[in-house]
Ligand binder design. Structure first.
Ligand SMILES: [Zn+2]
Ligand SMILES: [Zn+2]
Length: 149
């Protein structure tokens, strides 16, 4: 049924944001800080950061789900994997292209929503340390960032 597929896809997307918020807050700024710190100004330079390994792992998980879910028709695994993929693309466009400008295609973000997301993430980067950082989500950030100033 089509509407169930949309629910699975949305669930994959929402799950990824909640998961990456928690993973970022408790694991990346925890036991895996040595990897994640390459995204907080402790990089050896060059285009890629060791931190990119996380994108590879999450991306591979989505690919595996999509493959497993499309062997015998398209079951929920396909749609959840598709939701994770949509999240990954949104993350890349917002976090890597718009906020960090690793690929300079877009101008600086305009509009209340994109501005709020960018502001929140810039606040996250104000700290280059393992402890004491704020705003761990991409979309899940304190409401105050979306009020105009
Ligand atoms: Zn961080
Ligand atoms: Zn960042």
């Amino acid at each position: 049924m089509m509407w169930m597929n949309i629910i699975y896809l949305t669930a994959g997307f929402v799950f990824m944001e909640i998961f990456s918020w928690a993973f970022h807050k408790y694991i990346m700024h925890g036991v895996l800080w040595n990897i994640h710190k390459t995204h907080h100004g402790h990089s050896k330079g060059g285009y890629f950061e060791l931190n990119d390994i996380f994108s590879l792992i999450f991306g591979s998980t989505a690919v595996v789900l999509i493959i497993l879910g499309s062997i015998d028709g398209f079951d929920w695994r396909f749609w959840v994997g598709a939701g994770i993929t949509v999240y990954g693309f949104s993350y890349f466009i917002l976090h890597d292209m718009l906020i960090h400008r690793r690929v300079k295609v877009f101008d600086r973000p305009r509009g209340k929503f994109l501005n709020g997301i960018a502001k929140a993430h810039r606040d996250h980067h104000k700290s280059n340390k393992k402890d004491g950082a704020v705003s761990f989500g991409l979309f899940l950030v304190p409401k105050k960032y979306f009020s105009k100033d």
